[in-house]
Design a protein around this ligand. Structure first.
Ligand code: MBD
Ligand code: FE
Length: 304
């Protein structure tokens, strides 16, 4: 069709007919509809194809997979890139890089002081000790910061979403001690893969892509006066380390994993088997006025 004809059609369809529109919603929806009209025209989308797409979206909602699709198509990463740019433009520098939250956080995890054991002991996996310090960008320790941590089990599954795991397995909030330090014991996570044959998997396959993530551990780190940090560390050596379907791998978020076989080191750690150890410090940026909030509002699961 002539572009002018499409525009004329849209002009008629998008004219308000009752009451005052909400300007931001109207502007954005009008723009999306216009872009989709152009897509339909340019690709000669047939009615059956259009309804197939509508049905796909309906099913994706029923499967609760929009969080996965948002990650897989790069939207979540793009929102991070834009937040990074806004902070840089405001002169905020330094600090631990942010990376996406993903759709699998659950609010309400137990609060522990200084240290925690995250796993419930039901899995045989490799023991992982992770520890470090929360600091400001001038290197001062932040005492009383909240380090919220969550990760998958040895099969790549997350408690709450995987009902076979105990409540809050591999999820805790750790409050840093007087020196800003945190420490936890857990089992080494495996990488995540989107549900086979689900909506995300179906889409990614048609895009010539996989739905795997490298093994990783998620964090929210927060303290009064600081920008909330949403980030993850990746487990070095994972085959998907630089091939993450959610685009969350970043320089500075791949700490060394130290493997300890030495009996003395094992005894010193209070353990009775070889273990892995990761040292990782978090650096928080100070809160600044006139920045988009780093406290992202989104629907999240909550368990008691
Ligand atoms: C995950 O574990 C995850 O972190 C993201 C971003 C998407 C899907 C699963
Ligand atoms: Fe994850």
């Amino acid at each position: 069709m002539e572009k002018a004809a499409i525009d004329a059609l849209l002009k008629e369809m998008q004219a308000p007919t009752r009451g005052e529109p909400t300007p931001r919603v109207k502007a954005i929806v009008d723009r999306i509809v216009r872009d989709l009209f152009y897509v339909i025209d340019e690709y000669d989308v047939e009615p059956s194809e259009f309804w197939s797409a509508v049905n796909y979206l309906t099913q994706a909602g029923r499967n609760d997979e929009y969080g996965l699709i948002a990650a897989g198509l790069g939207f979540e990463r793009f929102l991070d890139v834009r937040l990074d740019a806004a902070e840089e433009a405001a002169g905020l520098t330094g600090g631990t890089p942010r990376t996406i939250e993903g759709p699998l956080y659950v609010a309400g995890a137990p609060l522990c002081k200084g240290e925690a054991r995250l796993d419930d002991g039901s899995e045989e996996g490799e023991i992982l000790i992770m520890h470090g310090q929360v600091r400001d960008t001038d290197g001062r320790p932040v005492a009383g910061a909240h380090v919220e941590v969550w990760h998958a089990n040895t099969r790549g599954n997350y408690s709450f979403f995987d009902k076979s795991q105990s409540p809050f397995n591999l999820r805790r909030t750790i409050e840093t001690d007087a020196d800003g330090r945190y420490r936890f014991r857990t089992t080494m996570p495996s990488g995540y893969a989107v549900p086979p044959e689900g909506s995300t998997d179906t889409l990614l396959k048609q895009l010539g892509r996989h739905g795997h993530r490298p093994a990783h551990i998620h964090f929210f780190v927060s303290a009064p006066g600081f920008r909330k940090l949403t980030t993850q560390i990746n487990i070095d050596g994972d085959p998907y380390l630089h091939d993450d379907f959610a685009f969350a791998t970043r320089d500075g978020l791949i700490p060394a994993v130290e493997r300890n076989q030495d009996p003395d080191a094992i005894a010193e750690a209070g353990l009775n088997a070889p273990f892995a150890r990761i040292a990782f410090d978090f650096e928080l940026r100070s809160e600044a006025l006139a920045l988009p909030s780093a406290e992202v509002q989104r629907p999240r699961a909550e368990a008691a």
